[in-house]
Design a binder for this molecule. Structure first.
Ligand SMILES: NC(=O)c1ccc[n+]([C@@H]2O[C@H](COP(=O)([O-])OP(=O)(O)OC[C@H]3O[C@@H](n4cnc5c(N)ncnc54)[C@H](O)[C@@H]3O)[C@@H](O)[C@H]2O)c1
Length: 368
């Protein structure tokens, strides 16, 4: 119940005021944009303008990539089945003459004319990819076959979003691209890990047999605004727990390590890789390594809450160490991450703070 003063309207809590402000801004944006106004895109001469397909383009990484390529002046088509992606992530481009959105599941073939394909469609976080392991395998195998088949037909270059999970629970540290990995083929993560390994194998089979131009990005943990609120990995878990003043839960000893890259760095890296001539896999990640324990306390300090840190039983097949060796990316595509953890976390915390407020507002509306 909201606090009231005699003879006056109920005082509104700060959270409600923030939501109202957000909605007002949105309405203002919509009203002032009739006809709809879009972010200003560069004008590219036809010879430089590419027709680019992004599978999974309504997701976290995909939508940031859409923004960058649209702003550069390319023609972008997003294909997404909206399993974890959201229209909200790309709504600011809907209706733009350079943008197209296709609601389509990539396990089914697709026929369009494109020059480049960024193949990102796949659930990425453990709760999402374990939700329907068979579908995860189909997306990464049949989906990748469909994308490579399309590339073969139209002569497009394909970049496949692979993952550091292909290294499994690594026995070498840091992990470079020559390491073959240590993956449990029948464990709970195998639908994703092995799915991505097959996706890589498919790339090189199509490259060798059908001459398809392929790029393989082995992406390490990435964070930033537009992450799914139920992502379930450390970044979102710790931020949400801190924002709600709940205990921060660490699985295992907390001495296991991770390294985190900010989304804008990843987008720089995948675009550079696509436009390079490097066909073998390239790690894209931030080599700054933190123990999970250190990471929890960085987030707690940044959020400023009073959450205690609690330790729970470790998770099956949880990798103990993760750190990319990025020498190859530095040398061959002139890329290295730029964003410091604290800077990236600030905007991510802000994003989650707004998401939480919006969720709680939506819940109140549903109940009333
Ligand atoms: N975010 C990371 O830290 C990370 C790390 C390593 C690899 N990757 C890879 O990068 C890619 C993007 O990850 P993300 O973090 O943006 O995840 P995300 O879940 O936000 O985005 C994935 C997108 O793919 C869509 N999708 C899933 N299955 C599909 C299907 N069958 N057909 C069409 N669309 C489908 C989802 O709806 C979503 O929009 C994934 O391939 C993921 O494996 C991400």
């Amino acid at each position: 119940m909201l606090p009231t003063t005699e003879n006056s309207a109920p005082a509104l809590s700060e959270d409600v005021l923030t939501v109202i402000k957000q909605l007002e801004n949105r309405i203002h944006k919509l009203e002032s944009g009739l006809p709809k106004k879009y972010p200003k895109v560069k004008h590219l001469p036809l010879k430089d303008r590419k027709r680019i397909l992004i599978t999974g383009g309504a997701g976290f990484v995909g939508s940031h990539l859409v923004d960058r390529l649209m702003l550069e002046g390319h023609e972008v088509t997003v294909v997404d089945n909206f399993f974890t992606g959201r229209k909200k992530n790309i709504e600011h481009w809907i209706g733009h003459k350079n943008f197209e959105l296709i609601h389509h599941d990539i396990v089914n073939p697709l026929y369009i004319e494109v020059d480049q394909i960024y193949h990102l469609a796949s659930p990425a976080s453990p709760p999402h990819y374990m939700f329907n392991p068979v579908k995860t395998i189909k997306t990464n195998t049949l989906g990748t076959i469909n994308v490579l088949g399309l590339a073969k037909r139209v002569g497009a270059t394909v970049l496949v979003a692979s993952t550091s999970e292909v290294y499994g629970d690594p026995e070498v540290h840091p992990q470079d691209e020559n390491y073959w990995g240590h993956v449990n083929p029948i464990g709970p993560r195998s639908c994703y890990d092995e799915g991505k390994r097959v996706a890589e194998a498919l790339c090189y089979a199509y490259a060798k047999q059908e001459n398809v131009a392929v790029r393989v990005a082995r992406i390490f943990n990435t964070y930033g605004p537009r992450m799914h609120i139920n992502d379930g990995r450390v970044v979102s878990n710790f931020i949400l727990q801190s924002l709600k003043n709940q205990p921060i839960t660490i699985y295992g000893t907390g001495k296991q390590t991770r390294s985190f890259q900010y989304i804008s760095d990843l987008v720089d890296g995948i675009i550079k890789l696509m436009n390079s001539n490097v066909t073998s896999p390239v790690n894209l990640g931030n080599p700054d390594e933190y123990t999970i324990e250190e990471f929890a306390s960085v987030i707690r300090t940044l959020v400023g809450g009073s959450s205690e840190i609690v330790y729970l039983k470790s998770v099956e097949d949880d990798p103990q160490r993760r750190k990319p060796d990025i020498l190859k990316a530095k040398k061959y595509i002139n890329w290295s991450p730029k964003v410091q953890l604290k800077d990236g976390l600030k905007s991510t915390v802000e994003y989650f703070r707004n998401e939480l407020i919006y969720e709680s507002y939506k819940n109140t509306r549903t109940q009333s």
